[in-house]
Design a binder for this molecule. Structure first.
Ligand code: LLP
Length: 432
């Protein structure tokens, strides 16, 4: 599954002892396994091999240039959600012509930039957006390729903050309105109806909601294909990963409702969806983020103090919610293991950061090996929505990132110098 594992007492990432990385680069430190990235991309790519397809990595999950270059080298396109992300694609050596542009709030400047770079498609989330794209394309004397993002109104059975395919969410165009929107868009001179897209949510661990959503939209996709000669269909991203191999304490409720045979993997995805997608005769796009990068990254942190109160064993570490916000924001589970394996009876522990918020924790009352000051811990499965969601809260510099490939490793992002945090700030004239 991934390349973080013990050999003897030491945690390795591929062929590298992780503690050699922290000695060299310090903590908090994000460590990525190139082999895991490649393996996950290829697993999905092979599962889709019977179809004419393109994987557009949802770079919002991890936009480090080396991570992106790894995927670009395998032929990946990218799902971007801002002009900034498209600029990153170019900086990473990716191909804008293999990019789709998602998001509900594309500005005129962003649309213009994407049109000039010749992206594959705008995935449109409202009628006013399509009208705006047409206007900008007319000004540039271009034709804009678009797809409408259908909101199929299907419950994805995932965390409320990352479900996107119901009418409670701001995303996409309501299923019942889609035909009308295509009919209107058809009349716009600078719009090319290139495809149709959907995305129902993230961290889907059950293949069923996917299957239901695809089955629901298929007749409409066929109709629109025939009417407008569409070229592609995208069922989106959202393939989940296993955060907690034991599926035990702290695991979210939905795990309990998922039966083993429905667990979403490239193989089960292909088994259920290929028979539905193949007869369409369309190019299939997929926009996965987490599945490719989630288990390819860990956040390494050092224990500063252990504080025992009558009630709790607090393990206070040098990473915090500003480095990895997922537990604070979604109550999400990340496995926590020491870099040097420990023996002894596990102690129920709260691993917490140093930020002045009670939400700043990585786990609560979790049985963990006894650790002390100076020990190092790995928060696993932190490759997706980890570094990209980091902030400078409490004037804490952004962590460094390292890429490992076999026995090789190199810095993929330098630790942020603290002065850089306020470099753009000014003391306004009247205060001096
Ligand atoms: N396509 C669209 C239109 C999306 O909105 C997303 C994710 C993706 C693709 C990629 O989804 P993935 O394959 O990574 O599940 N920060 C949250 C996840 C937010 C997902 C936002 N949209 C987390 O840490 O769980």
């Amino acid at each position: 599954m991934h390349q973080f594992r013990y050999i003897g007492n030491q945690l390795f990432c591929e062929g590298v002892v992780v503690s050699t990385l922290t000695k060299k680069f310090g903590t908090p430190l994000y460590v990525y396994s190139q082999r895991t990235l490649e393996d996950h991309f290829q697993k999905l790519d092979h599962a889709l091999a019977p179809l004419d397809h393109l994987i557009c990595f949802a770079m919002k999950a991890n936009s480090n240039l080396s991570v992106m270059r790894t995927l670009a080298n395998l032929g990946s396109g990218f799902d971007v959600v801002s002009a900034g992300e498209l600029q990153r694609v170019i900086a990473a050596g990716g191909d804008p012509k293999k990019c789709v542009f998602a998001g509900v709030a594309k500005s005129e400047a962003e649309i213009e930039f994407a049109l000039r770079k010749g992206i594959y498609s705008f995935n449109c989330e409202s009628e006013p957006e399509i009208i705006r794209i047409n206007k900008v394309a007319a000004r540039l004397k271009k034709t804009a390729p678009i797809a409408v993002r259908i909101n199929p109104n299907v419950e994805a059975k995932t965390h409320a903050k990352i479900t996107t395919g119901t009418y409670e969410n701001k995303f996409g165009i309501q299923f019942e309105q889609v035909e009308g929107v295509y009919a209107h868009a058809r009349k716009l001179k600078h719009i090319w109806l290139r495809g149709i897209q959907m995305h129902i949510g993230s961290q889907l661990t059950d293949v069923k909601p996917y299957e239901l959503a695809v089955k629901k939209v298929l007749p409409l996709v066929q109709k629109l294909k025939a009417r407008y000669r569409l070229e592609f269909f995208s069922p989106g991203g959202g393939l989940g990963i296993i955060y907690n191999p034991a599926l035990a304490s702290g695991s979210p409720e939905w795990w309990k409702s998922v039966s083993a045979k429905n667990i979403l993997t490239p193989a089960s995805y292909a088994a259920k969806l290929l028979p539905l997608l193949q007869p369409l005769g369309l190019k299939i796009l997929l926009e996965p983020g987490r599945f490719i990068v989630g288990n390819a990254g860990s956040l390494i942190t050092r224990v500063e103090y252990v504080k025992r109160t009558g009630k709790k064993n607090f393990v206070i570490v040098d990473a915090a919610m500003n480095d990895l916000i997922r537990p604070a924001f979604y109550d999400s589970y990340h496995e926590i293991v020491p870099l040097k394996k420990k023996s002894g009876t596990p102690i129920a522990s709260d691993v917490v950061g140093g930020i002045c918020e009670s939400g700043d924790y990585f786990c609560k009352d979790r049985p963990l090996a006894k650790v002390g000051e100076g020990d190092e811990l790995a928060l696993l499965s932190a490759g997706a929505y980890g570094f990209v969601m980091a902030s400078n809260y409490n004037t804490r510099p952004l962590a460094a990132e390292v890429l490992v490939n076999g026995r090789k490793f190199a810095v993929a992002r330098e630790r942020q110098p603290v002065q850089e945090i306020w470099a753009g700030e000014k003391i306004v004239a009247w205060l001096k």
